[in-house]
Design a protein around this ligand. Structure first.
Ligand SMILES: C[S@@+](CC[C@H](N)C(=O)[O-])C[C@H]1O[C@@H](n2cnc3c(N)ncnc32)[C@H](O)[C@@H]1O
Length: 265
């Protein structure tokens, strides 16, 4: 039973926005409260009022809060079957020469974006194809790690053998090779602002394990933005446990329920 007193939570969310620019007002209540409890434990506080007082005295610490609320758990080829599907989608509508734009939204530390880059790089051995992956996340620190593209050696085993040629091992870490990195543009961007930033459209938008934190209203808002950012016939790929709300179902056809793949109508 959760007996935490969350009085003042809305004010705290506003304060985070004022101090860091991060807006968590569209976040689902349950996961947000779970993260608040983590924060309370970390700072040895009992309730949100105490939290407000603590941060009133230490406003520079608000950035630590963002780090705790945005969970960056990810891995290379997470739910690997979806990557085979992405490969199929690309090969299916491949003319002789094609330019593929992919948005990896909520990319965390970059593993998802580089995994997609590796499969396209492999396809390129047989097909003439150019590609650009745009990888974005709200979390600046995670983005910096994605840009560095240096990963602990423990993550190496998640990469299927045929793609291991795209990384280089250095003792306890490995790095993504430059030919992959140069096709991945990585930036700190809040999904809230995603529609005003690009002057081109995407063939595929991958946004996995991000919506789980958003309430329905915010999900709908972001899916509408994705709709506008996609090419006609473009695909949207969500996480395994996520589904589109009825609000946007008339704009997308569900083409693969297991892998949460939708096609723009
Ligand atoms: C659990 S990770 C998912 C990483 C990757 N997509 C995967 O499935 O492995 C969720 C990511 O969403 C990011 N995120 C949360 N809210 C966001 C927002 N409003 N705009 C952009 N990224 C956001 C978090 O910072 C976090 O890195």
């Amino acid at each position: 039973m959760d007996s935490t007193d969350y009085t003042g939570l809305e004010v705290f969310i506003k304060k985070i926005k004022e101090n860091t620019g991060y807006d968590f007002s569209g976040y689902k209540e349950k996961p947000l409260k779970r993260r608040i409890r983590v924060i309370l434990r970390k700072y040895k506080l009992n309730n949100v009022k105490e939290l407000l007082n603590h941060f009133y005295l230490n406003p520079d610490k608000y950035s630590e809060i963002v780090k705790i609320i945005t969970i960056n758990v990810t891995e290379f080829f997470r739910n690997i079957k979806v990557f085979a599907k992405i490969e199929e989608l690309i090969i299916e509508d491949l003319p002789q020469e094609h330019r593929y734009n992919i948005l990896s939204a909520g990319c965390a530390t970059g593993e998802e974006s580089y995994s997609i880059a590796m499969i396209i790089e492999f396809i390129r051995k047989s097909y003439n194809i150019k590609y650009k992956i745009t990888a974005i996340d709200i979390d600046k620190e995670a983005i910096e790690k994605a840009q560095m593209a240096i990963y602990p050696i423990e993550e190496y085993k998640s990469i299927p053998d045929k793609y291991k040629q795209y990384v280089s091992i250095n003792d306890k870490t490995f790095t993504i090779n430059d030919n992959i990195k140069q096709n991945v543009n990585i930036a700190t961007i809040n999904l809230h602002d995603v529609d005003s930033l690009f002057d081109f459209k995407f063939n595929i938008i991958v946004c996995r394990n991000v919506f789980i934190y958003f309430n329905k209203e915010f999900q709908n808002k972001i899916v509408s933005k994705f709709y506008n950012l996609l090419e006609t016939d473009g695909h949207l790929i969500l996480g395994k446990v996520e589904t589109l709300s009825s609000y946007v179902k008339d704009k997308f056809d569900l083409i693969d329920l297991t892998n949460r793949i939708y096609k723009k109508k």
